[in-house]
Design a protein around this ligand. Structure first.
Ligand code: FMN
Length: 199
């Protein structure tokens, strides 16, 4: 299946069958998400992969009882790491370990993103997270794994259920599995002419 076929095949799945996604595929999707790019490579995220049945049950009411959460056996919870210092400390550790560190890089990040106030850094972190969320949806589709993305959740409620540290703020989740039924609707997107302007 090529990429465009995969994008046409995928849809926002609302209800999954009882078949669970093999652990090897879950790991593959985690690796795809791990490789997501972010501006300045700050990777301001924390992603909780929930497979524990009782935790999934507890997440249901704080996910507005969406059927995706009710029927999935694996939920990726995308959280922003809202602390620049905490996020960047991890990056510095990582780039020093893999040999890609440079003083110029550290200075560039500290003098730009490092200067954001809390609100601006949170917004920045969220923007980066949508890239990794999109990669998860695409990587899943390429393996014919269905996914249900959700912004419909109560961040405080999810944080409480997962016992997250105060600087880790959930804002979206993606349930994965296999569709119970094919989508009962056509894919609807703006046409090429409306969406793009060629110059
Ligand atoms: C970031 C994001 C958040 C979404 N949140 C929800 C949600 O909370 N509940 C839901 O039923 N669908 C949700 N959707 C699904 C969208 O409504 C759906 O992707 C869109 O209508 C396009 O349809 P398709 O994905 O089936 O092609 C979300 C999609 C995205 C990308």
């Amino acid at each position: 299946m090529d990429f465009i076929e995969a994008l046409n095949w995928r849809f926002a799945c609302k209800e999954f069958s009882s078949k669970t996604v093999p652990q090897e595929d879950v790991e593959h999707l985690m690796e795809a998400v791990r490789l997501a790019p972010s501006s300045y490579n700050v990777q301001p995220w924390h992603i909780v992969v929930v497979q524990d049945a009782s935790l999934l049950k507890e997440l249901l009411p704080v996910s507005y009882n969406q059927p995706q959460v009710q029927t999935t056996s694996c939920l990726f919870v995308f959280c922003a790491n809202t602390s620049f210092e905490n996020a960047f400390e991890k990056v510095l550790e990582s780039v020093k370990a893999d040999g890609t560190y440079s003083e110029g890089y550290e200075e560039a990040v500290r003098s730009t993103i490092g200067k954001y106030d809390e609100h601006k850094f949170f917004e920045y972190a969220q923007r980066q997270l949508y890239i990794s969320l999109g990669i998860l949806l695409s990587a899943a589709a390429l393996r014919k794994i269905d996914a249900g993305p959700m912004e419909g959740l109560d961040p405080q409620g999810v944080a409480k259920v997962l016992g997250l540290l105060v600087h880790i703020v959930p804002f979206a989740s993606v349930a994965i599995g296999y569709r119970k039924e094919d989508p009962g609707r056509k894919k609807s997107r703006l046409s090429k002419d409306v969406m793009f302007e060629m110059r």
